[in-house]
Design a protein around this ligand. Structure first.
Ligand code: AMP
Length: 217
């Protein structure tokens, strides 16, 4: 019998660990990790028209328009590998995006929504220390000297400097935090304490998902 796909939406402010934890969970479950920030950074790196327009907005810590982002998410979710489940990281980030997502998924299985909560001081410390690979954009683990994926040099993300970080947190509060209210009353919503070790957060996320869909895919 075909098992129901796990469709996980990671919520939480910048620096909460959505990327690190989302990629790890996706790897363990064998489903794609879909980060809209990562898709945009690839467009920037490739110098496409979307990438060139997005870079200015991303470097200011602002949000890309809903129509563009909904189109990007739709194209990605329609790809074959997402049919058996996915982990969404960084989408939705506004109410129109959350409403659009509900229309993009069929009813084979519900969206599991995990909200990672982290105090703001911890977020700022984490974002200022965060490093990514200059060549491939890989999100490096703390304390690592070079990219574990391609060996490239690590650099700070252009939107992780303190002024942009503060703007991103402000925009999170204004535009993205309200979507917690959109999901909070659903039986598939869970919140997880993100101010713990990586392994403890990963275990809590796995338990949260299991409590919604069972421990198997
Ligand atoms: P992230 O890697 O998720 O922190 O995203 C980096 C940047 O990409 C954000 O600060 C936004 O400028 C942009 N971005 C990523 N996802 C979205 C989205 N769903 N809606 C609007 N902007 C986005």
């Amino acid at each position: 019998m075909e098992s129901a796909p796990v469709r996980l939406v990671m919520l939480g402010p910048p620096g909460a660990g959505k990327g690190t934890q989302g990629a790890r969970f996706a790897r363990q479950r064998g489903v794609p990790w879909i980060s809209t920030g990562e898709i945009l950074r690839q467009e920037v790196q490739a110098g496409t028209p979307i990438g060139r327009a997005a870079k200015v907005i991303m470097d200011a810590g602002r949000l890309i328009g809903d129509d563009i982002m909904i189109g990007i998410a739709r194209d990605r979710l329609e790809r074959q590998d997402a049919a058996q489940g996915f982990v969404l990281d960084g989408f939705p980030r506004s109410l129109p995006q959350a409403e659009a997502l509900d229309t993009l998924v069929d009813d084979r299985s519900p969206l599991v929504v995990v909200d990672i909560e982290v105090p703001v001081e911890t977020l700022i410390t984490r974002l200022r220390a965060r490093k990514i690979c200059r060549n491939c954009g890989w999100n490096a683990a703390p304390g690592v000297e070079a990219c574990a994926k391609c060996g490239g040099p690590l650099v700070q993300r252009s939107d992780d400097n303190i002024d942009v970080v503060r703007e991103r947190l402000r925009i999170y509060e204004r535009s993205t935090a309200p979507i917690v209210e959109y999901y909070r009353d659903r039986p598939t919503y869970r919140s997880v304490d993100g101010d713990q070790t990586l392994d403890a957060v990963a275990a809590d996320i796995a338990a949260a998902v299991a409590s919604v869909v069972g421990s198997r895919r």
